[in-house]
Design a protein around this ligand. Structure first.
Ligand code: GDD
Ligand code: MN
Length: 230
């Protein structure tokens, strides 16, 4: 068994080295084979070079020549991954690599085949969020409950067995690939493991109004898909 950890990046030059170092510190003692795949959409700030330097031997950098978005970057990473266990986390330090062993555990002991890192179960939280962001995130998850019982379906950090998405046609538009996998994936058991979301210290968020609209469109598409399955 091997873990393939995908890190999507766009203009994360100052974040990529610290996150790779934290991942190494968290995973090396486990003696569990892993690779890191950085999927960069040709960031103009030199993220790909910084990533290559940071990885030396423990992974690869895939550079896509034009920016094609977060969800498709994560899926392209999964397609190019060698591991039977797949996972993803943001480059900016919002998701703590120190918790990866906890996220992996349910997959390894057979309690789950999809693990969502969750801000909205006991023990999880969002530190230093503005009221507006709290409200938007809670609202998105309130609506997502019509599709999945999971509390944090908009999480950007999750782990799964490859079999969950093998051969499943996933829509690559937008930001919220976790929701897509929750609805369409072939997981029999799913669990949420709490973590504390930390705001980024360097670089800028790529989340904007467009993300909100694409989320609504995705919700509509997934409802239609579900009706068609009946
Ligand atoms: N390759 C690629 N292409 N990577 C991207 C793109 C893109 O178009 N857009 C963003 N990323 C990368 C960023 O470089 C970062 O590593 C990660 O995806 C998340 O992007 P952020 O811009 O930091 O997103 P955020 O902090 O606003 O949103 C995070 O939290 C949300 C929950 O509130 C993400 O984890 C979301 O997935 C999550 O829904
Ligand atoms: Mn972020």
């Amino acid at each position: 068994m091997k873990l393939s950890l995908v890190i999507p990046t766009y203009n994360e030059r100052d974040s990529i080295q610290p996150i790779v170092a934290r991942i190494r510190t968290a995973l090396d003692p486990l003696k569990f084979p892993y690779e890191i795949l950085v999927v960069d959409d040709d960031s103009p700030d030199g993220t790909a070079e910084a990533a290559r330097e940071a990885l030396w031997g423990s992974g690869r950098v895939l550079v896509r020549r034009e920016r094609r978005g977060l969800a498709s970057a994560i899926l392209e990473g999964f397609e190019n991954a060698a591991g039977e266990i797949l996972g993803t986390l943001d480059a900016d330090g919002s998701h703590p690599p120190e918790k990866i062993p906890d996220f992996l555990n349910p997959l390894l002991v057979g309690n789950a085949d999809l693990v969502i890192a969750s801000r909205y179960v006991l023990g999880g939280d969002t530190v230093d969020w503005t009221c507006a962001r709290r409200f938007l995130s809670r609202t998105a998850n309130f609506f997502a409950r019509s599709l999945t019982p999971v509390h944090d379906a908009t999480s950007g950090c999750f782990f799964l067995k490859r079999s969950v998405i093998a051969g499943v046609p996933l829509n690559i538009q937008g930001f919220k690939i976790a929701l897509e996998i929750l609805v369409k994936g072939r997981h029999r058991t799913c669990c949420e493991i709490p973590y504390s979301f930390q705001n980024r210290r360097a670089g800028l968020s790529k989340m904007g109004l467009g993300v909100g609209f694409s989320f609504l469109a995705q919700m509509a598409r997934l409802h239609v898909w579900r009706l068609q399955q009946r």
